[in-house]
Design a protein around this ligand. Structure first.
Ligand SMILES: Cc1ncc(COP(=O)(O)O)c(C=O)c1O
Length: 370
């Protein structure tokens, strides 16, 4: 019996979620966003499960290198582009697409002397339409596009992209404003478009559907691929997607504690009666959120229970009053198919993405095909 906290990654769920994304995306091409180690699910394994995606999206060059080293030959887009001039040669060598979002990157490209025979760099030009993170101001985009086109060794098919700030709020006008600014700024430019993230896919068809009139549209989908919700108050399953990670561990102690005694660090939780307390081998040292409040649900041998006291580094304590017969060795599920990670996130004051991305190296990752 392993005490180790276990993250089981469901490859079948990843594949079905990608297929569902494709269904909703219609004619649009699909970029599977696998940054942050595949949202914590494992970069290489997620990429393998997403072999059908039209491209993979990674945050930085290092992830592209990891994928190429693992033998991946898919189209890969580095979403932050080059971080320094020397990255350009590496992007070309690894055959990675680069998002260009800042004047410094344009200057590096202009000063570059690529080796003869190197392939043209494929570029995604990022326009800031209101997120105010990465991207060129929309007002000067035609000029920047022309500068890029004039550079030797840049692929002629430049994809135009932007990123939404609040697409998860389907009633928020900001997304409509961002789409309008994007269309206006890029009206005279040819080429593919890439606007929607997961929430854009669900709530903003005007950003990718055939009605845009553009020859090629892309969606860049992360969260939904992993079955993570992108809409407050809903789980991924509520939206028709399946969780791709189950996090579980084991009970390593079951004990009786008397009424009025307190559980765990700082003695914050007092037993209201004589009761059974279980101790499970997982804590913030594994990535389980320390901020999870008493009452955060877990499943013990498939039966509902809740944590009490503070989450510590290696352990959590569980109220077993409603789990008669619970024994050392019973499996404890922290999140997964029968317990939405969104529920845990709500009890911990965060979002599901934060939880799956937060698994530490102590967690043992295994795959299944379900
Ligand atoms: C540029 C870009 N595109 C797409 C995504 C995917 O977003 P989501 O996981 O909400 O689909 C991200 C993630 O934050 C991103 O930074």
């Amino acid at each position: 019996m392993s005490r180790t906290a276990l993250a089981t990654i469901h490859l079948g769920a990843l594949r079905r979620n990608l297929a569902r994304v494709r269904e909703v995306a219609g004619a649009a091409k699909v970029m599977a966003v696998v940054k942050a180690d595949g949202y914590g699910h494992g970069l290489e394994r997620v990429a393998r499960a997403c072999a059908d995606a039209d491209a993979l999206g990674v945050a930085a060059l290092g992830d592209g290198l990891r994928l190429r080293s693992a033998g991946n030959r898919q189209r890969i887009v580095v979403l932050a582009g080059p971080d320094e001039p020397g990255d350009l040669a590496e992007l070309r060598r690894l055959d990675l697409d680069a998002v260009i979002h800042h004047q410094a990157q344009l200057d590096w490209l202009a000063a570059e002397h690529p080796l003869a025979g190197t392939r043209p760099l494929r570029v995604w030009l990022k326009i800031d339409t209101g997120m105010h993170r990465l991207g060129f101001d929309s007002s000067g985009i035609v000029e920047i596009h022309a500068k890029l086109r004039a550079l030797p060794n840049i692929d002629a098919d430049i994809v135009l992209m932007t990123h939404f700030a609040a697409s998860d709020e389907f009633g928020n006008d900001l997304t409509a404003t961002q789409i309008a600014r994007f269309e206006q700024a890029s009206a005279e430019l040819a080429g593919a478009r890439a606007l929607a993230n997961s929430a854009g896919l669900l709530g903003w068809p005007a950003s990718f559907s055939a009605g845009t009139g553009h020859a090629e549209n892309w969606v860049r989908v992360g969260g939904l691929l992993y079955g993570l919700s992108v809409v407050a108050g809903k789980s991924g399953a509520d939206l028709g997607f399946e969780p791709a990670m189950t996090l579980s561990t084991r009970l390593i102690s079951v004990k009786q504690v008397g009424k009025g005694e307190c559980i765990g660090y700082a003695a914050t939780w007092e037993c209201p009666e004589d009761m059974t307390i279980g101790v499970a081998a997982i804590g913030y040292g594994d990535g389980y959120p320390r901020s999870a409040q008493p009452g955060t649900p877990v499943l013990v041998d498939g039966r509902p229970a809740a944590i009490v006291g503070r989450v510590s580094m290696d352990l959590i304590t569980i109220d077993l009053r409603n789990v008669p017969g619970a024994r050392v060795g019973d499996r404890v599920t922290l999140w997964g198919r029968d317990l939405p990670v969104e529920t845990i996130a709500a009890h911990a004051g965060t979002i599901s993405y934060d939880l799956t991305c937060g698994m530490t190296r102590r967690v043992l990752f295994v795959e299944d095909d379900t």
